[in-house]
Design a protein around this ligand. Structure first.
Ligand code: FE
Ligand code: FE
Ligand code: ZN
Length: 276
C-alpha cells in the first residue's frame, strides 16, 4: 500500500523524505508554497537530488503536491482569479523539477456567482493554464460543499473535466471527510459510492485519496477533519476503504489533525489492517 501523510516542507525535501520514512510512510503530501498563498521559495536542486535518491532506495510511490488554499480560479474578484492562475502556472512549472507526479487543488468557491458560472470560470482558467506539457497530473479535490464550494458532487467534478481541452492531464483526489460531509455514504454503502463515482466520472480518473475521519455528521456540508477512528466515519469504514479492490492501489494521504507521532500511530494501524 502506498500510504503517507501531509508533511511540512519547511526544512526541505530530503528532511521530508526522512520524516516520511521515520513514520512508516512511502509517500507524502506537501504544500507547493505557503498554504495561505504568496511567493514560493527558490528550489534547492541539491536537496531535491538527495531526496529523489532516498525515495528510490525506499521504493516510494507517487508524491502529491497540494496547491495553496487561497487559490480560487472562480473568484469574482479579478485580482484573486488572476493571482490564482499565476500560482497554478508557477506551481506546474516548479513541479517539473521535483520528483512529484500529482498536483491537487480545490476547484474553488463561486461566492455568489452560482455553480454554473463558477464552473465556467474554472474551466476557462484551466484551459489558459494547461498545455499538456506538464510533469504532473492535475487533480480536482472532491469538496464538502461548505459555503459556496464547487466540487461537492461527482457531477460538478465531471463537468469541469469535460470542459478542459487537455482532459488527459486531469484526475481526481477523493477526500473521505469531504465526500462523507457532502452526502456520499462511504460508511454504509462504500460499493454504491464507488459505483457512482465510476458511472459519473470514471474510476480511471481517481488518482489519490485523502484518508481522513470527520468531526461532523453525514451530509453536514462542513469540513472538519478528525483523527482516524475518532470521528463519524470510524476506523472500520476507513480500513474497508484501504482494502477495497478498486481503491487499494491508489495512494492514500492522511490529513488528520496530528503531529508526526500521531501520523506514525495511524500508519501503524492501517498497515496492520491491510489485507495480505
Ligand atoms: Fe485539500
Ligand atoms: Fe483533503
Ligand atoms: Zn478538508
Amino acid at each position: 500500500m502506498i500510504l503517507g501523510s501531509h508533511l511540512s516542507m519547511a526544512k526541505g525535501y530530503t528532511k521530508a523524505v526522512e520524516e516520511a520514512i521515520s513514520i512508516g510512510a512511502n509517500t507524502f503530501q506537501f504544500f507547493t508554497r505557503n498554504p495561505r498563498g504568496g511567493k514560493a521559495k527558490a528550489l534547492n536542486l541539491k536537496d531535491i537530488e538527495k531526496a529523489t535518491k532516498l525515495m528510490k532506495e525506499h521504493h516510494f510511490g507517487q508524491l502529491l503536491a497540494h496547491a495553496p488554499y487561497t487559490m480560487n480560479l472562480c473568484s469574482e474578484k479579478e485580482d484573486v482569479a488572476s493571482f490564482s492562475k499565476y500560482m497554478m502556472k508557477d506551481d506546474l512549472e516548479r513541479l517539473k523539477n521535483l520528483p512529484c507526479d500529482l498536483y491537487n487543488f480545490h476547484p474553488g468557491s463561486h461566492v455568489g456567482l452560482g455553480v454554473e458560472k463558477g464552473i465556467e470560470k474554472i474551466t476557462n482558467a484551466l484551459n489558459e493554464i494547461i498545455t499538456g506539457e506538464e510533469a504532473v497530473l492535475i487533480l480536482l479535490e472532491t469538496m464538502s460543499g461548505k459555503g459556496t464550494e464547487i466540487g461537492k458532487t461527482f457531477e460538478e467534478i465531471k463537468t469541469i473535466i469535460d470542459g478542459v481541452k487537455h482532459s488527459e492531464s486531469m484526475g481526481v483526489c477523493l477526500d473521505t471527510c469531504h465526500v462523507y460531509s457532502a452526502g456520499y455514504d462511504i460508511v454504509d454503502d462504500l460499493d454504491g459510492v464507488i459505483e457512482e463515482f465510476d458511472k459519473i466520472i470514471g474510476l480511471d480518473y481517481l488518482k489519490a485519496i485523502h484518508l481522513n475521519d470527520s468531526k461532523t455528521p453525514f451530509k453536514s456540508f462542513k469540513d472538519r477533519h478528525e483523527k482516524l477512528g475518532l470521528g463519524t466515519i470510524g476506523e472500520k469504514a476507513l480500513i474497508e476503504i484501504i482494502n477495497h479492490p478498486k481503491l487499494r492501489n491508489i495512494p492514500f494521504f492522511l490529513e488528520t489533525p496530528n503531529e508526526l507521532e500521531g501520523y506514525k500511530h495511524e500508519i501503524d494501524i492501517l498497515r496492520r489492517n491491510e489485507n495480505g
